[in-house]
Structures are given as structure tokens and as C-alpha cells.
Design a protein around this ligand. Structure first.
Ligand SMILES: [Zn+2]
Ligand SMILES: [Zn+2]
Length: 135
């Protein structure tokens, strides 16, 4: 957390109490939590941290490049530390989630670049499908 707080300061951001709590929650919690999940955990440590404060902090941390959001299927956006971001495959039926290595998107990235000069971002949106058990 201290390293990220230093980064936030170096990028011109302020280090507030609520921001520290949000960052600690992101570091300690499981990957990919929604803002509401982050707020619920943060409020156990500091009851005065409101959901709106969490949203604002997440926005600012995204602008600073410390946090990224991604869309895990149909639910609300989830947030994770930029340094820990990865791609996911999610079962549309049971919700099973698989962390997909970046190498899995190598040929897609190559084709998208060659045909459209387009740089894909496989971390931003999860790929939906069916797991083995639900097919
Ligand atoms: Zn988005
Ligand atoms: Zn499934």
C-alpha cells in the first residue's frame, strides 16, 4: 500500500484517509471486487467511509493508473489493482471464473493488429461462455 500511496502522491494525487482504506481493501481482498463489495469491507474498518466516497476514490485511482475496472459478465463493474489485472473466462450459467493467462490472447492480438491495427485489451471485459459442467 505504501508504494502505491507514494505513486499516487508522485502523480499529483492526494493521500486521504478514505483513499488509504480503499487501497488497503483492494490489496487485502480478493481480485475483482465491485465498488459495493469494496465499500462493505472498507466500512468494517472505517464506518465513516461512504459508498459515494469509494466510487470517487476508485475514479481518481483509475485516472492515476493505479486501479483498473473490468466487466465480469452482466454484473456491475469490478475493480482491481492495475498491477494485478488479468483476463477472465466466466461461465454464463454457473458463474465459474477462470483467470486466463495473457498468452491465450496472443494470436487474437496479432490478428487484430494485422487486420485493423487495433490493440486489444483482454483485461477490460471478461469472455463469457459455458464451463465444462454446464455445457
Ligand atoms: Zn469499462
Ligand atoms: Zn458453469
Amino acid at each position: 500500500v505504501e508504494g502505491v500511496i507514494a505513486l499516487v502522491r508522485a502523480n499529483g494525487g492526494r493521500s486521504t484517509h478514505s483513499r488509504r482504506i480503499v487501497l488497503e481493501t483492494l490489496f487485502d481482498g480478493e481480485d475483482c471486487a465491485t465498488a459495493e463489495e469494496i465499500a462493505a469491507v472498507a466500512q468494517r474498518r472505517a464506518p465513516d467511509v461512504h459508498l459515494s466516497t469509494v466510487y470517487r476514490n476508485l475514479e481518481e485511482l483509475q485516472e492515476l493508473g493505479v486501479v483498473v475496472h473490468s466487466h465480469m459478465g452482466h454484473g456491475p463493474a469490478t475493480y482491481q489493482l492495475a498491477s494485478h489485472a488479468s483476463a477472465y473466462l466466466i461461465c454464463d450459467a454457473c458463474g465459474a471464473r477462470f483467470e486466463a493467462p495473457d498468452a491465450m490472447f496472443k494470436s487474437l492480438a496479432k490478428a487484430a493488429h494485422e487486420q485493423f491495427e487495433f490493440a486489444i485489451d483482454p483485461h477490460h471485459v471478461a469472455i463469457l461462455g459455458r464451463c465444462r459442467a454446464c455445457r
